[in-house]
Design a protein around this ligand. Structure first.
Ligand code: CA
Ligand code: CA
Length: 201
């Protein structure tokens, strides 16, 4: 029982633990070059200047300040969203996509947020995301989200790290995502269940 209580406490701690402040929030990649869009969200409590930060996808690199700001500000306030239209084409079938605070793309500390779609293989920087502990898999097979279809975009559920926090859903570019948080909900349910069992015994 002690171990179960410890597990429940650990899970609850994980749910409430602080996550990366600046996250990739939505990726609208089913477009031709010059038309793919990315939503960045400040999940933290303070304004962060992300203008010198970088995107990396399939070993193509662009600095955020060099992209077209469609809405919001790159001096991104807490709780705010910025939308950028990219000069590079994000692959419509499979790619990695990372946000970095410097151009040290092979370094875990430089990576802020990451997602991969359409392939289980390492086509870019997924190994860095795994080293940072924000993505799972390796050394040859990695997590990925299924390729989006129709007008859907790839969207983050707002908390947590890893593939379980991403879904393909109808575009919400420029506004808050509404995709559910299955992972956190399941973990919270399990934690509560264990506490209730403890109380009964
Ligand atoms: Ca594309
Ligand atoms: Ca959105």
């Amino acid at each position: 029982m002690k171990n179960k209580l410890k597990s429940a406490a650990l899970m609850l701690a994980m749910i409430s633990s602080a996550k990366a402040a600046i996250v990739i929030n939505e990726v609208d990649y089913l477009n031709t070059i010059g038309n793919d869009r990315v939503e960045i969200f400040n999940n933290g409590a303070t304004t962060v200047d992300i203008s010198s930060w970088w995107f990396c996808s399939r070993f193509s690199y662009v600095q955020l300040s060099g992209q077209t700001l469609t809405s919001g500000s790159l001096n991104l306030g807490a709780g705010q969203i910025a939308v950028l239209t990219l000069s590079i084409d994000l692959n419509d079938v499979s790619a990695d996509f990372g946000l970095f605070n410097t151009n040290s793309f092979g370094t875990a500390s430089a990576m802020e947020s990451f997602v991969q779609w359409g392939t289980a293989t390492d086509v870019g920087r997924v190994d860095v995301a795994v080293a940072k502990g924000i993505w799972s898999g390796g050394p040859t097979v990695y997590d990925f989200v299924a390729t989006a279809t129709g007008a859907d975009t790839l969207q983050y559920d707002g908390s947590g790290d890893g593939v379980g926090n991403w879904s393909n859903a109808a575009s919400s570019i420029g506004v808050a995502n509404t995709v559910p948080e299955p992972s956190s909900a399941a973990m919270l349910g399990l934690g509560v269940m264990l506490i209730l069992r403890r109380k009964r015994s």
